[in-house]
Design a protein around this ligand. Structure first.
Ligand code: GLY
Ligand code: MN
Ligand code: MN
Length: 538
């Protein structure tokens, strides 16, 4: 009883202290991250070590860096938001020389009063133990001398570190941590993780599926410049028969046994886990999505033809911040008229929208989770007949795509359903003459997973319950297109965030009007910004 009341008092006290500092209280808690680490361990083959690094800090110019953002995998597994850190996990419990048992180690940034005066407080070893619930925590500088024998593991898996991190001359920065890992893991200087992945595909190839494997290897060869000269891959693809392929497979197997490095096991485990969301994640993801839908609503109310693309972007982003969303989940896209035809247009510098359609693809990031919502609206509040004709095709395509987003359906189902509607609609309007030309005006896929990343990790297998995807068909008719001029400069994308459940799809961003009628009605509503006047500046 004494212990119980003590912890209750401690929890109340902690709650009081956090709220007394006016900090958000709805972050994922350390227990969430701990459970996710346990889930990863369960997916690992026996005798495996995995290593994950914090995201790199990236320089903007001179002594100013871009705003730091943690790597989503690292955040998912640790909750640690600082740079210069590494997480090592093991499939089985390990013991050190003193007999201490552990199945994970985290190396973090060292406390440094001077650095913290400039760039903010660090958790340090004690903070990570106390706030993030790790037992084995060290400063990054201790990684080098920690007796960790990677050679004894069958598999040492890591997420490929892109070579875009710099040696900042700090003690144990990301550069040093990766260097230490490479030394400890006997990382060959010519190691190519992608080549290693293709070699694994070949060495695991089932004799009955050789044809499929050849096609996969061909795809890699076409896609990756630095694989094009690889002797084994070319021999494998060009071999006249499967007997020869078997010989090559054996050679590849031998090469692979020269080291235990792998960059498939950990990413695949992460994809599998991150594809479906836990209730704690859903709470934050829903909030990010609803914030973004409200942003679209407020912009619909505030919109007028004199607005600039930048100003429209600012209204969305202000709404995000008003709700406490820290960032945008990706650079905001606001394209008036022809600018909407550039799929990821982020210049957003047209000074007056005029009477064009405005394509607005934006998403708030709330405590790590990002939305991805697109609305396309007429700046003057009324769709022209041509704009409406295109809009309605996209709307119907999206409806078909959402309907196809059901448990068990292949990942491509919404895209196929949407494509059919767009093809039929463009043919009917005479914008294309043959169905095969549909992709000229609808040049992208329809769906991706959504979560910590805007294009989130997942397996791209059949849909599972508790997965959130986007459904985002679009039609883009740039000026100069091979069709009647009256369609030129019309670009429409409608994008919603769909939760897949056993009981069918749920539109989480449906709060923002989607039909032409509902959009026109919303645009007639007054906006608090109608009376927001600023002084004229030269
Ligand atoms: N906003 C990027 C996308 O829709 O995928
Ligand atoms: Mn999207
Ligand atoms: Mn988008």
């Amino acid at each position: 009883m004494g212990k119980y009341s003590f912890s209750l008092v401690a929890i109340l006290l902690l709650g009081f202290l956090v709220s007394a500092q006016n900090l958000p209280t709805d972050y994922l808690d350390s227990n969430f991250h701990k459970k996710r680490r346990e889930a990863v361990r369960k997916l690992l083959p026996p005798n495996t070590a995995v290593v994950l690094f914090a995201n790199a800090e990236r320089n903007r110019a001179n002594d100013v860096d871009y705003v730091y953002h943690q790597d989503p995998n690292f955040y998912y597994l640790t909750g640690y938001k600082e740079p210069n850190a590494a997480l090592v996990m093991f499939s089985e419990t390990q013991a050190d020389a003193a007999g201490n048992q552990f199945d994970e180690i985290i190396y973090v940034q060292e406390r440094d009063a001077r650095a913290e005066q400039w760039t903010g407080k660090r958790l340090g070893v004690e903070g990570v133990k106390e706030k993030l619930g790790f037992d084995m925590v060290f400063n990054g500088s201790e990684f080098e001398n920690f007796p960790l024998d990677f050679a004894k593991f069958d598999i040492v898996s890591f997420v490929d570190f892109q070579n875009d991190y710099r040696d900042k001359n700090g003690k144990a920065d990301l550069f040093d941590l990766i260097k230490t890992f490479k030394e400890k893991a006997n990382y060959p200087s010519d190691y190519n993780p992608i080549r290693n992945d293709v070699y694994s595909i070949i060495s695991e190839a089932d004799a009955s599926k050789m044809e499929e494997v050849v096609k996969t290897v061909e795809r890699y060869l076409n896609r990756y410049e630095d694989l094009k000269e690889d002797e084994f891959l070319n021999d494998f693809v060009n071999a006249p028969n499967d007997d020869l392929r078997k010989e090559i497979k054996n050679k590849v197997l031998l090469i692979q046994r020269e080291n235990n490095l792998d960059s498939k096991v950990l990413p695949m485990a992460m994809a599998k886990l991150r594809e479906t969301k836990t209730p704690e994640e859903m709470k934050l993801l829903k909030k990010a999505i609803e914030i973004s839908a409200v942003g679209q609503i407020e912009v619909m109310k505030a919109m007028h033809p004199n607005m600039s693309e930048t100003e429209i972007q600012g209204v969305h982003e202000y709404v995000y911040k008003k709700y406490g969303a820290e960032y945008e989940g990706y650079p905001s896209i606001v394209g008036g008229g022809n600018n909407g035809c550039i799929l990821h247009y982020i210049e957003n510098n047209k000074t007056q929208i005029g009477d064009d359609l405005v394509l607005m693809d934006l998403g708030a990031e709330y405590h790590g989770y990002t939305a991805d919502v697109t609305r396309t609206i007429p700046a003057n509040g009324k769709f022209t007949p041509e704009q409406k004709a295109i809009y309605d095709i996209v709307y119907n395509a999206q409806e078909a795509g959402i309907k196809a987003s059901v448990v068990g359906a292949p990942f491509q189902a919404p895209g196929r359903a949407a494509y059919e509607v767009v093809a039929e609609g463009l043919l009917k309007l005479g914008i294309i003459k043959e169905e095969k030309d549909t992709r000229i005006y609808f040049p992208h896929g329809t769906s991706h997973y959504l979560g910590l990343d805007v294009h989130d990790a997942g397996t791209y297998g059949p849909f599972k319950a508790n997965t959130v995807i986007t459904v985002e068909p679009g039609i883009y008719i740039p000026e100069g297109s091979d069709c009647d001029k009256k369609w030129w400069g019309i670009a429409v994308r409608i994008e919603d965030d769909i939760l897949i459940t056993e009981d069918g799809p749920i539109n989480l961003s449906g709060l923002a009007p989607r039909t032409t009628e509902a959009i026109e009605a919303m645009m007639k509503q007054p906006s608090p910004l109608d009376n927001f006047k600023l002084p004229k500046l030269d």
